[in-house]
Design a binder for this molecule. Structure first.
Ligand code: NDP
Length: 396
């Protein structure tokens, strides 16, 4: 049985599509959302989970009422506690962690502490609390499978029984591919005034709004580089980012003998999701077979750090260590939200991120409270800076 944290999101809906195609193999134990009552209601009526959770208590009340109106007696929980309960419940063996942002940390950790097989889409948990998270995975004997397409590709290209440290498996480095997002070739002067609509129109991947903006700034690749360091126990210099606009090669592993293994496929998240759900077997995901002749050409280029300063900021945060990564993650969430609400220009996302990262001291990550405190301090400072006239909407 599977629990899907963030069922109403882009990853959540793709996961349910894979469940639908493999209904003889998978049953849903719990579905969770924040406030999208009508979509969660429809999902509950179709997949008949035992439990539904709305993080927002008022939305939980609405869902209870709407379920009763539809003759359903599914139990509805609420709040972070409800999410943690659904993530750690005995009935579920698989947990898809697909809540967006820092809100995913505590529910995902609850799944880890219950020793589940966790399909990790919520990269922010690892970015914020990587050391504690990975230590908890090993202490509770949880099984962590990466769903981010790049990390899933790397996982598929590593030897199945690789040991720690990864160098023993003969890995020289990993190559993390990036599409470059919607603004890879946009005139730099034009970037200042791009709209949220343009930033969210990703050329290859339909995704939630937050990760779409992160892809446009390439902060997403920075967060992924941090995620890769924690997942595969790599040093930052062992992770190289390569722009590959077609998004067909999802990432590569470079071995010391000169072999470079790549995982390829159409850009569709149902592939890594199905891989995680069925591992070590394979199941139908509904993804079209790859037509290489039709694609014709695969291109590669180095990332331009002037265009994508957020990518460098992520590597700076890794170098600073400790809570610096939680600080960067938190200010970036505030900045992206402000941009989506037209309170901040696109290029100012990086400026706000840099100011907060530089202003706050990084502390060692020795307990979860330190991470949560760093997250809060970064959000508070970011909100304060947003009131400054230097920051504001410049576009249409
Ligand atoms: P979406 O924005 O599409 O969905 C987010 C989900 O999280 C929704 O179900 C939402 O509920 C829920 N949610 C939002 N805020 C809260 C909260 N405070 N408490 C509980 N639940 C909440 O995001 P995506 O599906 O795009 O991304 C999810 C995660 O997966 C992110 O960490 C992202 O980085 C990662 N990821 C996504 C990829 C993609 O292709 N989309 C690819 C690789 C990784 P509601 O609908 O009610 O708001």
């Amino acid at each position: 049985m599977i629990t899907i944290l963030g069922a109403t999101g882009s990853i959540g809906c793709s996961t349910l599509d894979v469940v639908r195609r493999n209904s003889d193999r998978y049953q849903v134990f719990a579905l969770t959302a924040n406030s999208q009552v009508e979509l969660l209601l429809q999902q509950c009526l179709e997949f008949k989970p035992q439990v539904a959770v709305m993080a927002d208590p008022a939305s939980a009340d609405s869902l209870r009422r709407r379920l009763l109106e539809n003759g359903s007696s599914i139990e509805v929980l609420e709040g972070v506690e409800g999410l943690q309960q659904a993530a750690g419940a005995d009935e579920a063996d698989l947990v898809m962690a697909a809540i967006v942002g820092a809100a995913g940390l505590l529910p995902t950790l609850a799944a880890v502490e219950a020793g589940k097989r966790i399909l990790l889409a919520n990269k922010e948990s690892l970015v914020m609390a990587g050391a504690l998270f990975m230590e908890a995975v090993s202490r509770h004997n949880a099984c962590l499978l990466p769903i981010d397409s790049e990390h899933n590709a790397i996982y598929q290209c590593l030897p199945h029984n690789y040991t720690d440290p990864i160098a023993r498996a003969g890995v020289r480095r990993i190559l993390l591919t990036a599409s470059g997002g919607p603004f890879r070739t946009t005139d730099l002067a034009e970037l200042k005034s791009v709209t949220p609509e343009r930033a969210c129109a990703h050329p290859n991947w339909p995704m939630g709004r937050k990760i779409s903006v992160d892809s446009a700034t390439m902060m997403n690749k920075g967060l992924e580089a941090i995620e890769a360091c924690w997942l595969f126990d790599l040093k930052p210099q062992e992770v190289e980012v390569v722009i590959h606009p077609q998004s067909i090669i999802h990432s590569l592993v470079d071995y010391v003998d000169g072999s470079v293994l790549a995982q390829m496929g159409n850009p569709d998240m149902r592939t890594p999701i199905a891989y995680g759900m069925a591992w070590p077997q394979r199941i139908d995901s509904g993804v079209e077979p790859l037509d290489l002749v039709k694609i014709g050409q695969l291109d590669f280029e180095a990332p331009d750090l002037e265009r994508f300063p957020c990518l460098q900021l992520a590597f700076d945060a890794v170098a600073a260590g400790g809570t610096a990564m939680a600080i960067l993650n938190a200010v970036n969430e505030v900045a992206v939200e402000a941009f989506l609400n037209r309170r901040l220009g696109f290029c100012q996302i990086a400026e706000l991120n840099r100011e907060v990262l530089e202003a706050l001291d990084a502390q060692p990550v020795d307990n979860l409270q330190r991470v949560l405190d760093a997250d809060q301090r970064a959000r508070d400072l970011a909100q304060q800076l947003l009131k400054n006239q230097r920051f504001g909407w410049k576009g249409n």
